[in-house]
Write a protein that binds this ligand. Structure first.
Ligand code: ADP
Ligand code: MG
Length: 268
């Protein structure tokens, strides 16, 4: 069974979308069957893998609210053979309001994604910068959560609230939800502040922090404008190498094996 991992932090601009896209692409590049789920109405993950959100007819929204089967929504990316996308568009904003009166409103995404875990090795969900109903849906659907933390001022701000939300979800909706790891992002080796944040977060959260630290790297910020993950923009860049390392760290931690039969079948 594949693993469903949400990338969440209600703070904006901490590297959620960058991490979701590039972790998903790295896993796919390592031959793991990977689905990237865009659960943010801003649809940056959708455009980041080459689709124009304006052209999207059916999104995660239709899947959760109208009950359209996930298979009718999932798109194959043209960029990596093992990378698929469940796209978003701006209507997802309305989904929060429409879902309020639905029964099991917190479990709509779980109902859509859990059956897909048989077909993918990893399902990576890019959450919006909020702790609203769609993010609660993502955390209820997920087996684990990655929390990106930017190596900047106020790095830990809001983290208590997020951890508290995770606890509430663990007690009421998803008892098995684990913290996959805290991911330090936009690290700048030259800045004392960056180093202080790393030390502080590692001291506080210890083994919860990924060994891999994502550096600030211009290739990472450029690649979305080409609609490709960094690994296809500049595979040698520090950004590409660090997300590949993160993918390997997660694979190792979960002892997931690549699927050679699938590989062979694909090539026939
Ligand atoms: P979020 O999804 O949490 O709002 P994003 O992933 O969109 O955050 O990142 C915010 C901005 O920072 C984007 O412009 C992105 O390109 C840039 N960015 C993210 N991570 C890095 C990095 N490691 N190096 C350089 N720029 C980055
Ligand atoms: Mg984002």
């Amino acid at each position: 069974m594949g693993k469903i991992i949400a990338v969440a932090n209600q703070k904006g601009g901490v590297g959620k979308t960058t991490s979701a896209i590039n972790l998903a692409a790295s896993l796919a590049a390592l031959d793991y069957r990977t689905l990237l789920v865009d659960a943010d109405p801003q649809a940056n993950a959708t455009s980041g893998v080459g689709f124009d959100p304006k052209d999207i007819e059916n999104s995660v929204y239709e899947c959760m609210v109208d009950g359209i089967p996930p298979k009718d929504i999932i798109l194959q990316t043209n960029i990596l053979p093992h990378l698929d996308l469940m796209p978003s568009h701006i209507d997802l904003v309305g989904a929060e309001v429409e879902m309020i009166n639905l029964p099991n409103r917190e479990e709509k995404m779980k109902a859509a994604l859990r059956p897909l875990a048989a077909e993918y090795d990893f399902i990576i969900i890019d959450c919006s910068p909020s702790l609203g109903l769609i993010t609660v849906n993502a955390l209820t659907a997920a087996n684990s959560v990655i929390i990106p933390v930017q190596c900047e001022y106020f790095a830990l701000e809001g983290l208590g609230k997020l951890l508290n939300t995770i606890k509430i979800i663990q007690s009421r909706l998803n008892t098995d939800l684990e913290i996959e790891g805290i991911l330090l992002t936009m690290y700048d080796v030259r800045l004392r502040l960056s180093n202080q944040v790393v030390e502080e977060v590692q001291m506080h959260f210890q083994q919860l922090v990924f060994d891999t630290i994502i550096p600030r790297n211009v290739k990472l910020s450029e690649s979305p404008s080409f609609g490709i993950p960094v690994i296809l923009h500049d595979a040698e860049s520090k950004g590409a190498v660090s997300y590949l390392n993160l993918a390997r760290e997660i694979v190792e931690k979960n002892s997931v094996e690549a699927n050679p039969e699938e590989e062979a079948a694909d090539e026939v």
